[in-house]
Design a protein around this ligand. Structure first.
Ligand code: ZN
Length: 259
């Protein structure tokens, strides 16, 4: 029996570069800080060129600590403040929206899809960015569900008969960019925007220890060394992504533009 792969006559995937600067972009992440890791430099570049950048964070970030004595409701307030600071660091002039689902318990059900579609219709982004829900061996369920919500939210937002009670005009974005892509086929040139990405990430101060491995309690010299190591790691990833398209620094995505 033949095991030859089905041939649909598709060309081999090639990597493209740089969408036109959108007038509005909406980035959708599971937790505060995911958007900065996934597409912070791209958002900073577009913001610098006049794009109105909005952020939508699906969960409340209430589990983002190693400190068992931390009051989760206080952490939610802190993380919202940090996310706003991070959005400001990339130059985002749009909205910062928190859906507030419990960290670690996000689902991609109809209720959540309703909310994401609502914000897509309300903010009318030209480009939507989100986690790739189909990335293989992904462990964190919130990232997978947030990715599905970005994809399925776009579908619901574009078709007028979905959720008509929202009483908002339906909206079809021109492109969907999935970060942490399983099969990246698009690179945004990020040269000159690495610093902004790092600044936006470091705005998530409550995450310095658990996510960025910067221990400010360990003394100023040691914390400086760890901060430098974190910056170098971000720069290295930008270099690796950029190499896919021959640029010095980039962010790689799966591009879906048949919406
Ligand atoms: Zn996350």
């Amino acid at each position: 029996m033949s095991t030859a792969p089905l041939d649909f006559g598709r060309p081999a995937p090639t990597v493209g570069r740089d969408l036109p600067t959108p007038s509005r972009a909406l980035a959708i992440g599971a937790h505060p800080d995911d958007i900065e890791f996934g597409c912070g430099a791209t958002l900073a570049k577009w913001a610098a060129r006049g794009c109105e950048v909005s952020h939508l964070v699906c969960t409340d970030g209430s589990k983002g600590t190693w400190d068992r004595a931390q009051d989760p409701s206080e952490l939610v307030v802190v993380r919202q403040r940090e996310q706003r600071a991070a959005a400001a660091a990339v130059g985002g002039r749009g909205d910062v929206v928190f859906l507030g689902w419990t960290d670690g318990e996000l689902e991609s059900g109809l209720r959540q899809r309703w909310e994401v579609a609502y914000w897509i219709r309300r903010l009318q982004p030209t480009v939507v960015l989100g986690h790739d829900p189909w990335r293989r061996y992904r462990l964190h369920p919130d990232h997978r569900h947030a990715g599905l919500l970005a994809v399925e939210g776009v579908v619901a937002a574009r078709d007028p008969l979905f959720f008509p009670e929202q009483e908002l005009p339906h909206h079809r974005p021109a492109a969907l960019l999935l970060f942490e892509a399983d099969e990246p086929d698009h690179v945004e040139d990020a040269e000159g925007f690495a610093e902004r990405k790092v600044a936006a990430l470091l705005a998530h101060r409550s995450q310095l220890l658990s996510t960025m491995h910067i221990d400010e309690a360990g003394g100023a010299g040691e914390a400086d060394r760890q901060r430098k190591a974190f910056e170098e790691q971000v720069l290295l990833e930008l270099e690796e992504h950029g190499r896919l398209e021959g640029v010095a620094a980039g962010e790689a995505f799966k591009l879906i533009d048949e919406l």
